[in-house]
Design a protein around this ligand. Structure first.
Ligand code: ADP
Ligand code: TZD
Length: 568
């Protein structure tokens, strides 16, 4: 309410509209014209998490959206703040995470005549191609509708990022308080169930029934959908082995007997019927073709997705199942019934044999204790800590740091793992870690390549300021990928991928009152990580990794143009 109790202003209409829809947290960075909005939101009981750079506030909003099925809100100032937040909005959209980027903007009259306002920019036009929907509100009485449209756009169908443009003048507009209250909308059923057509269910079941080597592929859409019990029942009732994409790890525990992760190449090449649940056949799955997938004629796909246009995006899909994952999996379970014949024993046996072999090979590697530490020995220690703390959140970025963590550190519970996602983007680390801590209240372990950490490292101040239970582990190997490149010219500059040697990232955390640890052995790493989880104090462990370990670009070396050209 403003000073006159019969009127309400734009600031409060916006806050009330969000609260009416159970949105209780804002991630943002204050400045003209939204500084007062952040203060007022806090005064009105919202949690306001203020960042040092908008990209990280945006990433936090996206992660919050993924974890809660409510759109995460990111609040930025005009032009430069908006642009800083835009990467996160685009990344959220690409990953199908619901978020709303709300940005203050300059006055339309001045922007449209390009008369040079403070931080002038036609933000709506710029945001539009990078998100699912973009709206602008000019009148206080439309704030309720504006927020309702944003929520629906972010959550319904395939989730994604939405932009909301709010010119400065809007915030100070006033209207009659009762009329203002009446103008707000509580969104009913923002993500309506979409029941699959029964013939599409029958088609999928027929294909599954005839399969000799069936495989289920779980993507982060399946994790987002929160249909955990039914997905588990589907796997267990059919006895079909499954592969989780990286953020679907833990949907069923990675130690589940039907997990085929340790026999990934074998199952992808050999499966005859593959059921995709909330996973796209993009680059992360070699587009569903090529050597990875074995003989094309021998393979048929079932795909469950809420977006009909996803079907046939890369290869033919024999049985599309369009609907929300909860409804689709429930319909399949009904059709499967109690007498379903489980996946053939020879297929399961062949997978188990390969799994056992690969797992014992991995155990051997993890047991080694080289000096300096390498990725394996460091992760061998972290793996045990995660096993003992299965409800801790895990954030992961880097190249080798990402690839090795994904394959070595088992996950035990759904939606505990947040990582670089569909783009393989660096810089999500601290934003996702803050959101994970704020939204779940659980301890967070962020396993970061030293390059990856640098993109959002300043947010350790944010972590300390809000006293969040985040332990950042920086895998410090002195550079991007490795620290061993040399300058080809022989000149004085170091190579483009090389950083300052022996940097002490732990001191950054100490600078803001957190705990810094310098760890050179798996034992030291393990002690420090356990202590961080126990104390809940913001902690950064500078884990010294052999600078010769790892490979260029991690597991995707082949995507470098020169490597690709040489292969042809
Ligand atoms: P991954 O990277 O783990 O393979 P992707 O992000 O490529 O996963 O795929 C996620 C897919 O899940 C998207 O195609 C998206 O449309 C779909 N999806 C997201 N939420 C739902 C839902 N509730 N029901 C059905 N499909 C969904
Ligand atoms: N910029 C952005 C925004 N995203 C990217 N993915 C990259 C640059 C390129 N890139 C990668 O794909 S991984 C990576 C970069 C810069 C960092 C790898 O080094 P690291 O990890 O120290 O984080 P490892 O474990 O030492 O390989």
């Amino acid at each position: 309410m403003t000073t006159e109790s019969q009127t309400i202003d734009g600031f409060h209409l916006l806050i009330d509209a969000l609260k009416l829809n159970n949105i209780d947290t804002l991630f943002g960075l204050p400045g003209i014209p939204i500084t007062d909005l952040t203060r007022m939101a806090q005064a009105e009981g919202m949690r306001v998490i203020s960042f040092r750079h908008e990209q990280h506030a945006g990433n936090a909003a996206a992660a919050a959206g993924y974890l809660t099925q409510k759109p995460g809100i990111c609040l930025t100032v005009s032009a430069p703040g908006f642009l800083n937040g835009l990467t996160a909005l685009a990344n959220a959209t690409v990953n199908c995470f619901p978020m709303i980027l709300i940005s203050g903007s300059s006055e339309r009259e001045i922007v449209d005549l390009q008369q040079g306002d403070y931080e002038e920019m036609d933000q709506l036009a710029i945001a539009k191609p990078l998100c699912k929907a973009a709206y602008r509100v000019l009148h206080a009485e439309d704030i309720g509708v504006g927020i309702a449209r944003c929520i629906r756009a972010a959550l319904s169908g395939r989730p994604g990022g939405v932009y909301l443009d709010l010119p400065a003048k809007l915030f100070a507009q006033t209207m009659d308080a009762a009329a203002g209250k009446a103008s707000l909308i509580k969104v009913v059923d923002p993500a309506p169930r979409q029941i699959p057509a029964s013939d599409s269910v029958d088609r999928a079941l027929a294909l599954l029934k005839g399969a000799r080597r069936p495989l289920i592929l779980l993507g982060k859409g399946a994790a987002y959908a929160q249909a955990d019990a039914d997905i588990r029942a589907l796997v267990e009732k059919t006895g079909i082995p499954y592969l989780p994409m990286s953020m679907a790890k833990g949907l069923l525990p990675d130690t589940h007997p039907l997990s085929a992760s340790a026999a990934r190449s074998y199952v992808l090449a050999q499966a005859d019927v593959v059921m995709l649940i909330g996973a796209r056949l993009n680059w992360l799955l070699s587009h569903g073709k090529g050597k990875t997938w074995g003989a094309p004629a021998a393979k048929q796909f079932i795909q469950i997705d809420i977006a009909p246009t996803e079907i046939d995006s890369n290869v033919a899909i024999a049985a599309p199942l369009i609907g929300d994952i909860g409804s689709c999996v429930a319909a399949l379970l009904t059709g499967i019934g109690p007498n379903w014949a489980k996946a053939p024993a020879d297929w399961i046996g062949a997978i188990t044999e390969r799994k056992d072999k690969n797992l014992s090979k991995m155990a051997e590697t993890l047991a080694k204790n080289p000096s300096p530490m390498n990725f394996h020995s460091a992760l061998g220690a972290i793996r045990e800590v995660v096993k003992a703390n299965p409800s801790a959140m895990l954030v992961n970025e880097g190249a080798n740091t990402l690839d090795f963590t994904r394959s070595i550190v088992d996950m035990y519970e759904p939606r505990k793992r947040l990582d670089v996602g569909t783009w393989g983007i660096m810089g999500i680390g601290m934003g996702y870690a803050v959101a994970a801590a704020v939204v779940t209240g659980k301890p967070v372990i962020a396993i970061e390549g030293d390059s990856a950490f640098g993109f959002s490292g300043m947010e350790v101040e944010t972590i300390c300021r809000y006293n969040l239970p985040v332990c950042v582990v920086v895998f410090n190997n002195n550079g991007v990928y490795r620290g061993t490149d040399v300058n080809g010219s022989g000149g004085a500059d170091v190579a483009p991928t090389v950083f300052v040697k022996g940097a002490r990232y732990d001191k950054m955390m100490e600078a803001f009152g957190g705990v810094g640890v310098h760890a050179t052995t798996p034992a030291e790493l393990s002690v420090a990580l356990n202590e961080a989880l126990r104390s809940g104090k913001p902690t950064l462990i500078n884990a010294v990794i052999d600078e010769t370990a790892g490979t260029e670009s991690g597991r995707i070396t082949m995507l470098n143009p020169q490597t690709a050209a040489n292969k042809k």
